[in-house]
Design a protein around this ligand. Structure first.
Ligand code: TXA
Ligand code: MG
Length: 317
């Protein structure tokens, strides 16, 4: 039974209702889900991931108006953001209702919430009938999973069921924005699947999160999304010279390099395709014979910002 992979939504729902943790597909990455209001089940998520309790979870909902089950009020602009980008890879950090366990939000007075776009998980959320708290389904600090097999490889013995919804269509985590009551504006906590340019086109300029509050958003920790092997990001040709003689795996946008392995994320220079391939390629190179990984800097626009953010954190030690 341990680590069973399947596509039985009703089985997954029954497990979740009985207080179990289940791995679920979303359009961004796979999540490790539990009933938001069941503290024992939520505690299990932290145990399975070996996640520190100061790292709050994202709550996933089935319908836009279910947001009021976890949020106390909607700041200005929230409705526009929900209407434009839900279901989809945008997470809103909102003032929280007292019913949401402190464990879910790490004691913060805000809650992160999103409505995922994956049809199987949308059906699951409707079937379970409660919002599901879910971080990415990887051991804390490692690369996020974008297939059911990625989850099985690392957490297979620790979860009773992995709901297989195929490879993730977006491939990087949701963009996180939060309402800052002091600044009275939205701030960006994490670049992700919805380009920040699209958010700003809708609600005006978005601020940067305060680095002194970084402990509140460990997705923003300097080292995160990290393979076991060293990662270097920058000018690939220069880095290949510096590490000449070593066995190197290269991650590039669309240029072929002379290296032991060269993984082009998108021959057509399509950032969405590159984002979709990023984590699987990082995992492959991490499992390969290469001693180190060299990655190119992507265009700092649209999904390129999320890709560069993940590569930078993967390279931090
Ligand atoms: O795409 C996604 O967002 C995926 C899928 C599964 O939905 N989930 C995900 O969760 O990436 P996780 O736990 O790996 O990252 C969630 C990030 C964490 O860095 C956490 O600190 C931040 O969201 N977060 C959660 N609640 C927050 C809050 N109240 N204020 C600021 N940041 C918060
Ligand atoms: Mg994560």
């Amino acid at each position: 039974m341990n680590g069973r992979i399947g596509s039985d939504v009703e089985h997954a729902a029954a497990l979740l209702r009985s207080g179990e943790v289940v791995a679920i597909p979303t359009e961004t990455v796979y999540g490790l889900a539990a009933n938001t209001f069941d503290e024992g089940a939520v505690l299990n998520i932290f145990t399975i991931k070996e996640r520190p309790s100061f790292d709050p979870l994202i709550v996933h909902i089935a319908e836009r108006d279910h947001v009021m089950r976890v949020a106390k009020e909607l700041p200005q602009g929230a409705q526009e953001l929900m209407d434009a980008f839900w279901p989809g890879p945008l997470t809103l950090v909102l003032p929280k209702r007292p019913e949401v366990p402190d464990l879910v939000t790490s004691g913060l007075d805000s809650v992160a919430v999103r409505m995922p776009a994956h049809p199987m998980t949308a059906a699951l959320l409707r079937e379970v009938g409660v919002p599901l708290a879910a971080p990415s389904a990887n051991p804390f600090g490692y690369i996020s999973p974008t297939t059911a097999q990625h989850v099985a490889d690392q957490l297979g013995t620790k979860v009773p069921y992995i709901l297989d919804g195929g490879p993730c269509a977006v491939g990087v985590e949701s963009t996180i924005v939060g309402w800052d009551p002091q600044q009275r504006r939205w701030v960006l906590y994490r670049p992700g699947g919805i380009p920040v340019e699209r958010i700003e086109a809708l609600i005006g300029s978005v601020g940067m999160s305060d680095p002194s509050k970084l402990h509140m958003a460990p997705g923003m920790l300097e080292s995160h999304y990290a393979p076991h092997k060293p990662v270097h990001v920058g000018d690939v040709s220069a880095l290949l010279k510096r590490y000449a003689g070593r066995s190197v795996g290269v991650i590039s946008f669309s240029t072929e390099y002379e290296a032991d392995r060269c993984e082009m994320l998108s021959v057509d220079r399509d950032l969405a395709e590159a984002a979709r391939n990023l984590f699987a390629v990082l995992r492959e190179l991490d499992a390969s014979d290469c001693a180190l990984i060299i990655a190119e800097q992507f265009p700092e626009e649209g999904l390129g910002r999320a890709i560069n953010d993940r590569l930078r954190r993967a390279s931090a030690r």
